[in-house]
Structures are given as C-alpha cells and as structure tokens.
Design a protein around this ligand. Sequence first.
Ligand code: ADP
Length: 400
Amino acid sequence: MQKNTVNNDEEKALRDKISGIDRKIVVLSGKGGVGKSTVSVNLALSLALLGKKVGLLDIDIHGPSIPTMLDMTQTRAVSDGYEILPVELGDIENLKVISIGFLLEKPDDAVIWRGPMKAGMIKQFLKDVKWGKLDFLIIDCPPGTGDEILSTVQLLGAGVEAVVVTTPQEVAAADVRKSLNFCVKLGLPVTGLIENMSGFVCPHCGRRTDIFKTGGGEKTARAFKVPYLGSIPIDPAVVDSGDEGLPLVKRLEHSQSAILFSAIAEKIIINNTLTNGIEKLQTTAEETMKIAVPVANGLLNAHFGHCDTFAIITADKTSKKITNREDVPAPPHEPGLLPKWLGEKGVETIITGGMGNKARSLFVEMEIEVVVGAPIETPEKLVESYLEGSLKTGENVCDH
Ligand code: ADP
C-alpha cells in the first residue's frame, strides 16, 4: 500500500478542504464495465436535481470516462491562480466536476503513472480544487480494490462511505464480494449496493425482460447486511445518453431508469451512514467461504492439473464448521480456464498437493489463495485443519 506522506501545511489544507464536504461517497465495483461511471454520473446529477450541492470526482486515472459521458472531452479545467476550478455542467450550477481528463493536454494523452504519482494526483484533486461547500462528493473510482482507492480513503480520513455497483453476472463471478470484503477490511460503511444492467427494458413497449437471473445483488446485500439501494435495467437510452454526453437523468427525466436513479439518490440522502450511526449500517463480513479440493477416489488428488473432480466445500467462517460439500466435474483441460471457473463458483481458497508456478500466479491474479503441499486426506479433514490453522503442508508436489 502506498503511504501518503503529507506535510503539516498540506495536511491542514487538505483537512480544511474536506471539512467543507458533508458526505464523501466512493463508488466501487469489482471489475470494469459494470456501469460504475454511469451510476456515478447519474447519481451525482440526480442528487443535484434534488437540490443538493454535489461534486463529482473521477479518479479513474487510466480510463477517465466522465468527460466523455458529459460531452466534455475538449473541456480543460482552469485555475484562478490559487485553486483549480471544477467544471460546471451547463445550467446546473450545483454540480461541480473534476476529472484527470480535464487536466491532460490532449484528450487522448495516455497517463502512465506509478503509485506515488497517482496518490499525489488524488491528493491534489482533494486539496487544490475549489470545491466550496458540498453536500456530497461522489468519487468514481477505478474498478477493483487497488491503491488509488486506498489512497483516496486514507486521504479523506474518517467519514467516507461506499456505494457498490454490481451486475447480475458479476454477482455470480464473486467480484462484488471482493469489493464488499474490501469495505469490511477498511471499516468503510457501505451506504448500499446497486444492481445495474438488471433486466432489459424494451425501448418500444417499455416492458422489462430479465435476460440474466436478477436479484443476486439484493441477496448479496443481505448476506453482507448492507442496504440494497435498487436495480437499474439495461436501457438503450443509458448508452445513448452516455454517447451524447447528457446523462440520462437530465436527457430523459421521466424515463423509468431516470426515475429509478432519482429514487436511489433519495435513498442515499436518507441512508446517511454517518448520522444514522455507522454501527447500524456497518458492513459485516461474508459469513461463509468456499474451499476447493481436487479429488480422486475420495481423497486429495495430488496432481491438480489432471484432476477430474473438485470437492467444493462451504464452511462457516465464524464457527469454522463445514456446512456443505458439492463434488463437481472439472471443466475441460484448457490453459487458464480453471482459475476463472473456480472463481465463478465463488471459491476463495484451493487446497492442493502441487501446482505449477504459472497456474499459481493465475489464481493469485483472481485473488484465490492457493495452499500447496497438502497431504493425501479427505477434503473434509483438510478443510477442517486449514480452518483451525493446523494444516501441515509439505513440498509443492511437482504437477507435471
Ligand atoms: P464502468 O465505469 O464500470 O467501467 P461504464 O459506466 O463506463 O462502466 O459503463 C460501461 C458501458 O455500459 C457504457 O457504454 C455504458 O453506457 C453502458 N451502460 C452502463 N449502464 C447501463 C445500463 N443500465 N443500460 C445500458 N447500458 C449501460
């Protein structure tokens, strides 16, 4: 994690600036493309249309999409000699926007920055921008749980909240749980979860069809004991609005999706995690976890790559008891397929005899823990001793 060294004057300037902002909300998602920026823009605008003073900050340094969504790719932020002036959106004076895109010389300039520079830029966004008094600062973060988000949360200090955006498919892929577990680890209160691209609204008849199984977001919210803020359907008008640079809630104020965004904004105003008491809405960690063990003849199969069946064991994290075992045939032996396949099943840990380094790194990328060198035992025995912390592992058995 990048440590933010802030000298005393800078620290004071930062604190002064932040003290003028009532609620600071980071918008998170497990991966890209789920509509996090779309939600950030439409929520910021909905809050502004409800009369709130709103700042919208795009810290997606590698792929700032807010300028495109607001048709402001040619817009450059200017300074009054002391501070950077945020950009206003036409006649909506109570919405102020800042994105790295407004500071680049050319709109298509690539930004190749290392950790410290990124942290420095985020600090500048918070400290040197003339935000003024704000009711809400909505921060569109990069996808995942990387350093930029950590830096932002650290710089903002106490009183940051998170809104997590997911899609029905992402719920199945476990990415959203990573975002929620990240909030648990940081002690970030979660204002709520939004399921985007949830069902399809026909532009002709207005009827909604659930293409993918919906409702997973609500279930996940319940599992983590965080509020469910609502679902936004797949709506071609959302894409058109993004392309045309006028967010849906402004372009089609009376459309179903715009009304849904506005309803979510109202819930956010009411779900004030700070005045409602953080404890009440404090996220709780997921209670169960899934552990996969490759098996052959009922025991651990030491040759991970050749395994035909996986025992997927569900265990209660608190009581450390096994609550379920499901034996699933392995997918076809294709390079790189297993990590994705197991990740989609919600597996967090694999216990195995051996695994090649290449495969191991693929699991690490998926944030799946790999325990190698486990003895040949029943999956239950291995999982129980792993949960108790008494699993004895030996050498990584060669997998070739
Ligand atoms: P992220 O910020 O998570 O990467 P974006 O907000 O950039 O995702 O959205 C990715 C694409 O999906 C964009 O083209 C956007 O217009 C589209 N999109 C997002 N939400 C919806 C929706 N509810 N209906 C239809 N298209 C959507």
